[in-house]
Design a protein around this ligand. Structure first.
Ligand code: NAD
Length: 350
């Protein structure tokens, strides 16, 4: 295995990891350890190029710094990626990545992300202690998705209260894009709250299954963003709210689990100008990192910790939405400002 350190001024540490025998090329990016060890998942994806993978790991690790700070966790932001289709995953690749994580001596904790399973994390665990999201063990936190979905659901009620005058979702039309780990759990919660559901997935079988399970209306993937809904919950991929989408979106609230939902601040500004309330993604979807944090921090009473932190995230969302309303600006800008203030307070204390 070879590790090359790249100098990236915006990031604390960036490693390019290769292992010729295992056929591995990957990156580990630590964006910040100002608040504690960097945490963030390991993703496997068929990137178009190494540059694309590097850009992804840099953006995602920065996003983790924002997310851990927003959740007020004593953790920083990091991320790791392996280039390739998940079908090309091998034990040798996972173990080589595990050895690279171990070289950082706990400055970066990895976990499951897209293209990875809890079983894969157990393989990585053979080479490094610094893995969370394990299915078993003394502090194991398992799949974070149900907690992520719960956090999104709480955020959605807060946003509904601000936008529609009631946190009650009964009778609201909620469109969920992506019915994977989080989207499915969210559909269950939203349906139980009495909302009408529109569901969409690029896997038509998954959409049909959700429609049958939740009495939902299945919508084609290219129609979900323009479907007549009160609330849109992006739970598939990032970058779905482009300026064009923001200009045409019929929903009045955007609140989902996907990371980096806005393609840029301008898209968020357009939502704001059109009276669409955007619940900043890294606050809405913070339940997952809270769950993982309990394992990293070896919290004795995980359920209590997670419940308390989910309530704190809900209060944070309310604070962001109310501050944005008072300032007459978009919540995306207020969230970034609040988190930047938290991070600079840590830098000043260091
Ligand atoms: P997942 O891979 O289990 O599910 C994603 C689903 O979206 C899949 O069913 C996929 O077929 C579908 N999909 C992909 N592209 C689509 C499209 N264009 N239109 C409709 N459906 C599409 O992922 P997940 O764990 O459920 O995570 C969902 C999102 O939330 C991701 O962006 C992830 O980064 C983010 N997130 C997840 C967690 C977590 O706890 N799992 C935590 C924070 C953020």
């Amino acid at each position: 295995m070879q590790i090359e350190t790249l100098t990236i001024p915006t990031h604390d540490t960036v490693l390019r990891v290769t292992d010729a025998a295992a056929g591995l090329t990957g990156f580990i990016a630590i964006h910040s350890t100002a608040r504690g060890p960097a945490a963030g998942g390991l993703r496997m994806r068929a990137y178009d190029s190494e540059d694309a993978a590097l850009a992804d790991v840099l953006a995602l690790s920065r996003g983790m710094t924002l997310k851990t700070a927003a959740a007020d966790l004593p953790l920083g932001g990091g991320k790791a990626v392996i280039l390739g289709r998940p079908a090309e995953k091998t034990e040798a690749k996972l173990r080589a990545m595990g050895r690279a994580v171990e070289t950082l001596g706990g400055r970066y904790w990895t976990a499951e992300d897209m293209g990875m399973s809890p079983a894969d994390m157990q393989v990585v665990r053979r080479e490094t202690r610094f893995v969370a999201g394990l299915p078993d063990g003394p502090y194991a936190s398992g799949d974070p998705s149900p907690r992520t979905a719960r956090g999104v659901f709480y955020a959605m009620r807060v946003a509904a209260e601000r936008r529609f005058g009631s946190r009650d979702l009964a009778g609201r039309r909620v469109a969920i894009q992506g019915l994977g780990h989080v989207g499915w759990h969210l559909a269950k919660l939203v349906r139980a709250a009495g909302a009408e559901l529109l569901v969409s997935d690029i896997d038509p079988a998954r959409a049909a299954q959700a429609a049958a399970t939740f009495g939902a209306e299945a919508v084609a993937p290219d129609a979900i963003l323009t479907a007549p809904a009160d609330i849109l919950a992006p739970c598939a991929i990032g970058g779905v709210i482009t300026e064009e989408v923001a200009s045409a979106l019929p929903a009045r609230v955007v609140c989902g689990a996907a990371n980096n939902q806005l393609t840029g601040d301008r898209a968020g500004d357009i939502l704001h100008e059109r009276g669409i309330l955007y619940a900043p993604d890294y606050v809405a979807n913070g339940g997952g990192i809270v769950n993982v944090a309990a394992e990293i921090l070896q919290v004795p009473d995980r359920m209590h910790f997670v419940t308390e932190r989910l309530s704190a995230l809900e209060r944070m969302m309310a604070h962001i939405l109310d501050s944005a309303a008072r300032a007459g600006t978009g919540p995306h800008r207020v969230a970034d400002r609040i988190v930047a203030e938290r991070l600079s307070a840590n830098d000043a204390a260091a």
